[in-house]
Design a protein around this ligand. Structure first.
Ligand SMILES: [Zn+2]
Ligand SMILES: [Zn+2]
Length: 155
């Protein structure tokens, strides 16, 4: 899904579920770590974490869009737009928005270091995910020569 498609999705859901237009910008933001989306009070724009779609699929993405649209519409109408507000809770329930975003930590996709190098002069250790060119890299502390100490086998 690209940003244009995201914009369309938010506009469509806004019209279909809230019966009101979404007149601002929706964009993806990879810097959102554990939040699924964010509503900007100043610009009224929405940010979405692309991991929601990548890890949990389109259905979960729609729920997050609904959640952010609850903030959006309530805030623009001067109603209670915070999580604790009764207006927000009611609208969230009616629209079917997500209450909590699903886990967005990418456990299992993180590649552990596989190669262990050490400095032949000072002994500093350098765990690395990939093999490194020993002719090109030297110790960051003392500029000594690096050598392959072992191959880490964890799986
Ligand atoms: Zn929220
Ligand atoms: Zn060294």
């Amino acid at each position: 899904m690209n940003e244009q498609e995201l914009q369309r999705l938010v506009e469509d859901i806004s019209q279909a579920v809230f019966d009101k237009p979404f007149r601002h910008r929706a964009s993806f933001n990879r810097r959102l770590k554990t939040t699924g989306g964010r509503y900007h009070l100043g610009s009224h724009d929405l940010d979405f974490n692309p991991l929601v779609l990548e890890l949990h699929g389109a259905e979960e993405m729609e729920k997050v869009v609904k959640h952010e649209l609850c903030h959006y519409h309530l805030h623009l109408e001067g109603r209670g737009y915070l999580h604790r507000d009764a207006d927000f809770r009611k609208l969230l329930k009616e629209s079917g928005g997500s209450r909590f975003v699903k886990d967005l930590r990418q456990t299992g996709t993180i590649v552990p270091p596989k190669w262990l190098y050490s400095c032949s002069a000072c002994g500093q250790l350098y765990p690395r995910k990939r093999r490194i060119d020993l002719k090109k890299y030297v110790c960051g502390k003392c500029k000594g020569k690096l050598r392959l100490k072992s191959q880490i086998t964890t799986r």
